[in-house]
Write a protein that binds this ligand. Structure first.
Ligand code: 3PY
Length: 347
C-alpha cells in the first residue's frame, strides 16, 4: 500500500486486535492504520522496502506477530526507518524486541507490565499443584480410557509447608508469592537483582536469599524473570546440581531462561522430580524429552490466555499508542529506556 494522502499519522498494526475493538477503532479516528500483507520475515522486509510502511511512526505489535517479522532487530528497524519512533508491544516480556538496537535508532518501546500479573501467577499456581501432584500422568491415562492407568502415577506431594523459591520478584513473582503463601502456607524465599523494600517483603511474607541459597533450599523453584542476555540459561546443569534432589521446577517466564536439554537430563536422573512449563526455548517446538516425560505438565504458553487479561493487555498497549500519537511519550516505556531524557527521540 503506498503512503496515503491523509494528513493523519500512520500506525503499523503487527498482529491482530482480538478484544479491545472499540479502543482500537478510536485510534482509527486519529491515525491511518496500516496492515502488512506479509506472512513471514523475508516477505515483510521486501514489503517494507517497497515503501508500504513509510511514514508509520508507531507500530503496535503482538507476541504472535514474531511469525511475520521475526525478532525486531536492527534489520527490521532499518527497513522501517526513518519514520518509526515508537513500538507498543502487547505483552509484559519484550525479548522479541532488541531494545539496544531500538535505542540506537531512537525508537522507544513500551510493554504492558502488571496487566499480566494475576493470570500468569494463576498459571504458575496451577502448574505448581499439577506438577507436585503428578496430575499430567493421571489426566493422560484417563483420556486414553485407562482410568489411572496400568502403572498409576506415584502419589504426589502437598504444597502445604513446602518452600517455594521465586527467581525474579517482579509483579508476577510477588503475585505468585502472595497466592502460594495465603492459599497453601508455603514458605517463600526469593532472589532478585534488587531486594524488595522490607515492608513489601513483610506484606507478602517473602525472604530474600542469595542465588545459591535459593537453589539449595527450594522444594519448588518458580522462574519469574525476564529473558535477556544476562538471564539466558540462568538455570542449567550446574544449577540443577545445586538443587535439592527431587525439586519441582515451574516456568511461566520464558523458555530461554532455562537450558531445556539440561532440564530433560535432570528429570532423567531424578534430580528434578517434576516440572510445570508454560513456555519453551523454541516455541512452538518442544524438546521431545519433555513431551515424552509424564512428570512434566505442559501448557502451550497460555499464561495470559483469558478474556479479562487479554482485554487488559490490549487496552494497555493501545493506550501507549494513543499516548505516543497525542503526547509523543509512552505511558509504560521499558525500564532500559527510562533514562532517556523526556523520552526525546534522538535522530
Ligand atoms: O506478556 C507476556 O510476556 C506473555 O508471555 C503473554 O503471553
Amino acid at each position: 500500500m503506498p503512503p496515503s494522502n491523509s494528513n493523519k499519522p500512520r500506525v503499523l498494526l503487527l498482529g491482530a486486535i482480538e478484544h479491545a475493538h472499540s479502543s482500537w477503532a478510536s485510534i482509527g479516528d486519529i491515525a491511518d492504520i496500516v496492515r502488512p500483507r506479509s506472512t513471514e520475515r523475508e516477505e515483510f522486509l521486501n514489503e517494507a522496502a517497497s515503501g508500504s510502511f513509510s511514514d508509520c511512526i508507531v507500530a503496535y505489535r503482538t507476541f504472535e506477530s514474531v511469525s511475520i517479522t521475526g525478532k525486531i532487530d536492527d534489520e527490521v528497524l532499518s527497513a522501517l526507518s526513518p519514520s518509526l519512533r515508537y513500538i507498543c508491544h502487547n505483552g509484559a516480556g519484550y525479548d522479541q524486541v532488541d531494545i539496544q538496537a531500538c535505542t540506537a535508532r531512537g525508537v522507544l518501546v513500551s510493554n504492558t507490565p502488571t496487566a499480566v500479573d494475576e493470570a500468569t501467577a494463576d498459571m504458575g499456581i496451577f502448574l505448581l499443584v499439577g506438577a507436585l501432584r503428578n496430575l499430567a500422568v493421571g489426566m493422560a491415562n484417563l483420556r486414553a480410557g485407562e482410568w489411572r492407568g496400568n502403572s498409576p502415577p506415584a502419589p504426589g506431594h502437598d504444597p502445604e509447608g513446602k518452600i517455594l523459591g521465586i527467581l525474579g520478584m517482579g509483579g508476577i513473582g510477588r503475585n505468585m508469592a502472595r497466592k502460594a503463601s495465603l492459599a497453601f502456607g508455603m514458605k517463600i524465599l526469593y532472589h532478585n537483582r534488587k531486594r524488595l523494600d522490607e515492608s513489601v517483603e513483610a506484606e507478602i511474607g517473602a525472604e530474600f536469599v542469595d542465588f545459591d541459597t535459593l537453589l539449595r533450599e527450594s522444594d519448588v523453584l518458580s522462574l519469574n524473570l525476564p529473558l535477556n542476555e544476562n538471564t539466558r540459561h540462568i538455570i542449567s546443569g550446574n544449577e540443577f546440581a545445586k538443587m535439592k534432589k527431587g525439586v519441582t521446577i515451574i516456568n511461566t517466564a520464558r523458555g530461554g531462561v532455562m537450558d531445556e536439554a539440561a532440564l530433560v537430563d535432570a528429570l532423567h536422573t531424578g534430580q528434578v522430580n517434576s516440572a510445570g512449563l508454560d513456555v519453551y526455548e523454541n516455541e512452538p517446538a518442544i524438546h521431545p524429552g519433555l513431551l515424552e516425560n509424564p512428570r512434566v505438565m505442559l501448557v502451550p504458553h497460555m499464561g495470559t490466555w483469558t478474556i479479562e487479561t487479554s482485554m487488559k493487555m490490549e487496552e494497555w498497549a493501545i493506550s501507549n499508542v494513543r499516548s505516543a500519537l497525542e503526547t509523543g511519550t509512552l505511558r509504560t516505556i521499558v525500564p532500559e529506556q527510562r533514562t532517556i531524557e523526556g523520552q526525546a527521540v534522538r535522530r
